[in-house]
Design a protein around this ligand. Structure first.
Ligand SMILES: Cc1cc2nc3c(=O)[nH]c(=O)nc-3n(C[C@H](O)[C@H](O)[C@H](O)COP(=O)(O)OP(=O)(O)OC[C@H]3O[C@@H](n4cnc5c(N)ncnc54)[C@H](O)[C@@H]3O)c2cc1C
Length: 548
C-alpha cells in the first residue's frame, strides 16, 4: 500500500535515493521512494566507496556492515597494471585489505587523518544495506516496482503520479517536496526542462567512447595467474584495453572494455563477450558470462540547476561522470547527505525554506569540480599504449618500463585522492559563515586539515579511542575547544529550535587544529562557523538556518 500523502517523495532507488531516504527517515520525516526495478541494482557499476562516504555511513551507523561486504577481509585492494593479466605486470599501487584498513586508519595523520578509509566493494552489495536501513525507519516506504510517470507543482505541494511497473492503474501522491534521484535520463530533470552542460562524446583510446561491460565468473583466475591478486586489474595493450575490478575476490569480475570502431555491440554474443575477456587475460581461461551491457564513457556533465521550487534532483540525475576516480556514486551520496538535513529542518520548522537554495549553491560547484577531476583521470588513463608494449626484446622492455613508470604515477594520482574526497568546500554558500581565513588549496592528492568554514571538520582520535566524529551530535554540534564561551549558542539554539549538542575538547592539539575556541559543525559534518566568542550566536544560527 502506498501512502497518498507524504512530506517527501523520492523518484529512484539508486544510491542517491536510498541515502536520502535514510537521512530523512532518521530525522522522522515520512518519505516515499519508488523505483520501477524489482529491487536494488544487479549491475556491477561503482566499485569504490570513498573515505568521506564511509564517514557518512559511520555517522548513520552502518560503516562496519559495509566494510564487511565485497571481497574477503584479507584481500589486498591493490590497483595493478598489466600488458595482459597473464603476462607482464607493469605497475602496482598497493592498498590495504579491509581488515588492515580498520587498524591502519587509527595510525594515520595529515592527509589521511580520518574516521574511515575508502572501501572497495561493488555497488550491488552496498545498495541492499542502504535499502535495509531505510526500510527499518518508521515512516519510510521503499517501493520497488513503481514508476513515477508525471508530476505537477502547485503552490504548496507537488502532485506525483505513479504506476506499477508491471501495469495497472495510476495513483496520485501529494508531497511537499519531490526529489528526482532517477538517474542519467532523469524524467524529473527533463520535466523541469533542465539541461546538462559540460562535455560529452569525448573520444579516447580508452574510457572515451562505447564501452562494453561483462559481469563474469573466471573460476581459474587466481589459480592460473602468477601475479599477486589485486582489486583493480587494468591492462595496457593495443588490442584489448580493459579495467576489471574483482567483485568477490574469488571468481567474479566486472570487466569493462572499449569497443573498437568496427565492433558492433548488437552483434556481441555471450561467446564473443567471453572472448574479449580472454583477450584481456592473454590466456585461454574459462569465462562464464553472468550479464553484459553497453555504456558510454566520456561524459562530464552537470545540470544547469539542481531543481526548481519544490522539486530537486541529485545523483546521476544532476551530474554524469566518466567513472575514472570512482566519483559518481560518491558524489551522489554526498548530494543526499546535503539535501537530507536541509529538507528535514525546513519540514520540521527548524529552518526557513530559503535554506534549500543552498543545496544548489553548494552541490553544483562540487559536481563541476568532481567531474573535472574524473575527466583528468580519464585523459591520463586513455592514452594509446606504445606499439612495442608487448614485444619481446629490448624495445619491448623499454616500452614496458616507461609505461610502468607512467602508470605507477597515474595509479597513485587516481587512487590516492584524500584531497578530492575530504577537500570539497562550500565556502561561498549562504549556509556557511566565513571567518575571512583562506581555505587550503584544492589539490586532488593532498588534503590539508582546516577548520576554515565550509569544509570537512579536521579529524582526530579521542583519548578514549573514539573518532571525534563519533562524538558529534546527529544534528548540530558546538565544539568547545576553550574554556568559558559557548553558552550563548545553547541559548540561541533553544530559542530557534535548533538541535545542538555541545562537545568539550579542551586539548592543545584540538585547539591548534581548529584554530579557534569554538567551532560549529552542521548536521552533514561541515564546519559552519568558528570563532572566539558566542556574542553573535543568535545571528549566526539564524543565518545558517535560512532565517537571517
Ligand atoms: C562502469 C561503471 C563504473 C562505475 N564505477 C564507479 C565507482 O567506482 N565509484 C563511483 O562513485 N561511481 C561509479 N560509477 C557511477 C555510479 O554507478 C553512479 O554514479 C550511481 O549509480 C548514481 O546513483 P544514483 O542513485 O544517482 O542513480 P542510479 O544508480 O542510476 O539510480 C537511479 C534510479 O532511478 C530509477 N528511475 C528511473 N526512472 C524512474 C522513474 N520514472 N520513477 C522512479 N524511479 C526511476 C532507476 O530505475 C534507478 O534505479 C560507475 C558507473 C559505471 C557505468
Amino acid at each position: 500500500m502506498l501512502p497518498t500523502e507524504v512530506p517527501v517523495f523520492i523518484a529512484g532507488g539508486g544510491p542517491f535515493g536510498l541515502m536520502l531516504a535514510n537521512e530523512l527517515g532518521r530525522r522522522g520525516v515520512a518519505t516515499l521512494l519508488v523505483d520501477p526495478k524489482d529491487g536494488t541494482t544487479r549491475n556491477v557499476q561503482a566499485n569504490a566507496t570513498q573515505a568521506r562516504t564511509m564517514e557518512h555511513y559511520r555517522r548513520l551507523g552502518f560503516a562496519d556492515e559495509v566494510r564487511a561486504l565485497g571481497m574477503p577481509a584479507d584481500f589486498p585492494t591493490d590497483v595493478a597494471y598489466f600488458t595482459r593479466f597473464a603476462r607482464h605486470e607493469l605497475a602496482r599501487f598497493s592498498l590495504p585489505s579491509s581488515r588492515d584498513a580498520r587498524q591502519l586508519v587509527k595510525t594515520l595523520s595529515g592527509s589521511w587523518s580520518a574516521a574511515e578509509l575508502p572501501h572497495r566493494c561493488n555497488q550491488k552489495f552496498i545498495e541492499p544495506v542502504l535499502r535495509r536501513h531505510a526500510e527499518r525507519l518508521p515512516g519510510v516506504w521503499v517501493c520497488y516496482g513503481w514508476r513515477m510517470t508525471r508530476f505537477e507543482t502547485l503552490e504548496n505541494e507537488v502532485q506525483v503520479q505513479v504506476e506499477p511497473a508491471s501495469g495497472g492503474p495510476a495513483r496520485t501522491v501529494r508531497a511537499s517536496y519531490l526529489v528526482g534521484g532517477d538517474g542519467p535520463r532523469s524524467p524529473t530533470r527533463q520535466a523541469l526542462g533542465l539541461r546538462y552542460s559540460g562535455e560529452t562524446g569525448v573520444t579516447r583510446d580508452f574510457v572515451g567512447g562505447r564501452m562494453y561491460a561483462v559481469y563474469c565468473r573466471i573460476p581459474a583466475f587466481y589459480r592460473e595467474i602468477a601475479h599477486p591478486p589485486a582489486w583493480m586489474n587494468v591492462n595496457f595493450n593495443r588490442e584489448r584495453r580493459c579495467f576489471m575490478p574483482a567483485v568477490d575476490g574469488r571468481q567474479e569480475f566486472a570487466f569493462h572494455t572499449q569497443l573498437k570502431p568496427h565492433e558492433d555491440e548488437a552483434r556481441v554474443t555471450d561467446e564473443s563477450a567471453a572472448e574479449m575477456v580472454r583477450q584481456a587475460i592473454g590466456a585461454p581461461l574459462a569465462v562464464e558470462v553472468l550479464a553484459r551491457d553497453t555504456w558510454t564513457a566520456g561524459h562530464s556533465l552537470v545540470a544547469e540547476r539542481f531543481g526548481a521550487g519544490r522539486v530537486f534532483i541529485g545523483g546521476d540525475a544532476a551530474h554524469l561522470f566518466t567513472p575514472t576516480g570512482g566519483l559518481g556514486y560518491n558524489t551522489a551520496v554526498e548530494d543526499a547527505v546535503n539535501l537530507g538535513w536541509k529538507l528535514a529542518a525546513v519540514l520540521k520548522g527548524q529552518a526557513a525554506p530559503r535554506l534549500l537554495e543552498s543545496y544548489d549553491a553548494e552541490r553544483r560547484p562540487l559536481a563541476v569540480r568532481n567531474t573535472a577531476y574524473a575527466k583528468g583521470f580519464a585523459d591520463s588513463l586513455g592514452i594509446e599504449p606504445p606499439r612495442e608494449i608487448e614485444d619481446e626484446g629490448p624495445a619491448g622492455e623499454l616500452a614496458r618500463k616507461q609505461a610502468g613508470d607512467y602508470l605507477a604515477r597515474h595509479g597513485a594520482a587516481e587512487f590516492n585522492i584524500p584531497g578530492i574526497t575530504f577537500g570539497g568546500r562550500y565556502g561561498d554558500s549562504p549556509a556557511i559563515v566565513p571567518d575571512g581565513s583562506a581555505p587550503p588549496p584544492d589539490r586532488p592528492n593532498v588534503y590539508l586539515p582546516s577548520a576554515c568554514p565550509g569544509g570537512r571538520p579536521p579529524h582526530l582520535w579521542l583519548a578514549d579511542g573514539r573518532s571525534l566524529f563519533d562524538a558529534f551530535g546527529f544534528e548540530w554540534t558546538l565544539l568547545r575547544l576553550g574554556k568559558g564561551a559557548g553558552a550563548g549558542f545553547e541559548r540561541a539554539a533553544r530559542r530557534l529550535g535548533v538541535d545542538l549538542t555541545v562537545f568539550d575538547l579542551q586539548t592543545d592539539e584540538a585547539r591548534e587544529l581548529y584554530g579557534a575556541e569554538l567551532a560549529l559543525i552542521r548536521p552533514d559534518q561541515v564546519v559552519a562557523w568558528r570563532g572566539g566568542d558566542d556574542r553573535a550566536a543568535e545571528s549566526v544560527l539564524a543565518r545558517l538556518t535560512g532565517r537571517g
